[in-house]
Design a protein. Structure first.
Length: 265
């Protein structure tokens, strides 16, 4: 964490706090308009709906000294024929391949709720994520684009990490985060974020795990979360945060995504 990083709020949920089914929360939510829904139903080996999903491809470390090369090959991302999207990291010679699916230039939303039901992988050196990026990233760059990390975990997947990243007036990045312990790879969980003009709220299943507002920012920090954001799903390998791949890490290592939904509630 850099000197420019600040910690604004943290809500830790007990290990059993979000293991209950999210059906109750889903049933109690108010009427909503579905902006996007992808349930990944289709023949095994096929690509997800191209109306929503493209691929970011290539290597070079992706700003984090990561070891994988992202591809659009079905060996790294495909439907499994059982209603899931598979994003799979695999050894490839002396390195690794994986996939990074993006909705940039295909789908974005400004306010509402984005959620995905995901089973995360675990293993030393793995870094799966479901996150959002401002659609102006190719024009203004990062961190001016803003970044919303709905769920990240690394290595043994024994904790959750959600965060906002934004710019300061002098161009330096800032971060606020919500973290807590729990087995994130044991089963599918519903990871979600709700966005309003002045507030971002994170949750897992039927529990709120963190909440941040424009009013919480320190002087000079800019709120850039009141514009359209696109969605990303990926599994990174290695890098500065998780470290090197362990000798006992099992490959292929897959993140399974049951569904992704965005509503304007």
């Amino acid at each position: 964490m850099s000197a420019a990083t600040v910690f604004l709020a943290l809500v830790c949920i007990g290990a059993t706090g979000w293991y209950a089914s999210s059906d109750v929360a889903q049933a109690s939510r108010k009427a909503e308009s579905v902006l996007m829904f992808e349930d990944f139903v289709g023949p095994a080996g096929t690509a997800p709906d191209p109306r929503y999903w493209g691929h970011a491809v290539g290597g070079g470390g992706w700003g984090n000294d990561e070891a994988q090369v992202y591809t659009d090959d079905p060996v790294n991302s495909r439907l499994d024929g059982e209603g899931n999207l598979v994003i799979e990291a695999r050894p490839d010679g002396s390195g690794y391949t994986s996939a990074r699916l993006v909705t940039l230039d295909r789908f974005a939303f400004q306010y509402g709720r984005a959620e995905a039901r995901i089973k995360l992988p675990s293993g030393q050196g793995l870094h799966p994520a479901f996150w959002l990026m401002g659609t102006d990233v190719n024009r203004v760059g990062w961190p001016q684009s803003g970044e919303i990390d709905v769920i990240e975990t690394i290595n043994d997947a024994s904790f959750y990490h959600s965060a906002l990243h934004g710019p300061s007036s002098d161009g330096t990045p800032w971060e606020v985060k919500a973290e807590g312990s729990g087995n994130m790879s044991d089963d599918f969980h519903d990871y979600w974020v709700e966005r309003s003009p002045d507030r971002v709220t994170f949750g897992i299943d039927d529990a709120v795990t963190g909440e941040f507002s424009r009013a919480d920012l320190a002087p000079g920090q800019e709120w850039v979360f009141d514009k359209p954001f696109s969605l990303l799903l990926n599994v990174a390998v290695g890098g500065r945060w998780p470290g090197d791949v362990g000798a006992d890490t099992t490959f292929p290592a897959a993140m399974l995504v049951d569904w992704v939904r965005v509503t304007d509630e």
